[in-house]
Design a protein around this ligand. Sequence first.
Ligand code: NAD
Length: 366
Amino acid sequence: MNVFSHPEFDNHEHLSFFCDPETGLKAIVAIHNTSRGPALGGCRMFPYVSDEEALRDVLRLSRGMTYKSALANLDLGGGKSVILGDPREQKTEALLEAMGKHLEGLGGQYIAAEDSGTSVPDLKVMGRHTKHVAGIIEHTAFDGQPSNGDPSPTTAYGVFVGLKAAVKHKLGREDLTGLKVAVQGIGNVGYRVAQHLKDAGAELWVYDIHPKNMQRAVDELGAHAASAEDILFLPVDVIAPCAMGAILDDNSIPLLKATVIAGAANNLLQRPDHDQALKDRGILYAPDFAINAGGIIDVFYERTGASPEEVRAHVEGIGQTLAEIFTRSDSSGTPTGAVANTLAEERFRKRTGVAETFHEQLAGSQ
Ligand code: NAD
């Protein structure tokens, strides 16, 4: 298994391989870049078929967090961790405690948050042995509502703000009354995005593989029910993908009728060149890691004591960042995803030796 010459290595600052035979813990922590601050990213538990698959996943995800946090102007670097194993069978308190002890050994260079296969209670178990876990503190969210740590409401608000910026840029309108939007995936984020859109007067089409989730949006938000086959190809203004990634590919892009793509799901492009394919079709794509940064913003602020207004203002910055991306894309002819990567690189390469603040706040809050 290659490490330094791994195709996804991309000059990672640090990689740790943890093994604890007593509890069965096998984990990898990847820290991509800390020039803006300590690396914050999810701790994923997944039954990887090989060590190679786990390494590839953690490297790719960790790098993505550097870009997401930099683009969101947070004093955070990028990192991620993976625990190799089936969370339904192998996730024990002892294993999570062992993970917490290992994280403590990294001295706060990496801070773990919830991800697929781990939950807020799991992070709290790790937190018995380290203060370097985040997303577990009850706090007041951007809207003044109490939050148990779930960042989905903030993510959804950021997506709504970003969607409005995209609509303004592409369609030249600020009033969303009558705007036609198709939302794919009516889960924690998708339902709330749909709710914001409904409140703003938009007309909604929805699809979710779980009929109950879809019916809720039909009953409570007056949305039209769509089908799995149709949801991406309806004659609407905007597609808001809030389910899974890799849906924009050689097959789907030629059939899209909407001219704006703005949703929460990660890694929407199946291949990097689909960025250009969307631009060639005149479709404005709001890069996923720019528009869905509300969650990381929420986690960052949970322990800083910032007021809801400050958090809200930061989340609303997603709209300004996207507007900058769209303008640069128009003037350079470069597709929006590539522009977002360049803008993120400008933001994390410029910053070195900054941001002890989050460390201090972290230490002070325990
Ligand atoms: P969720 O699991 O609550 O919701 C996902 C929904 O999509 C579920 O209702 C599920 O039934 C549905 N779904 C799954 N496959 C589908 C398909 N093929 N077609 C239609 N619907 C399908 O997850 P979430 O927290 O709402 O996150 C949604 C997306 O946003 C994910 O891709 C996630 O990675 C991304 N995201 C979430 C956050 C956050 O704060 N929760 C932050 C950043 C990015």
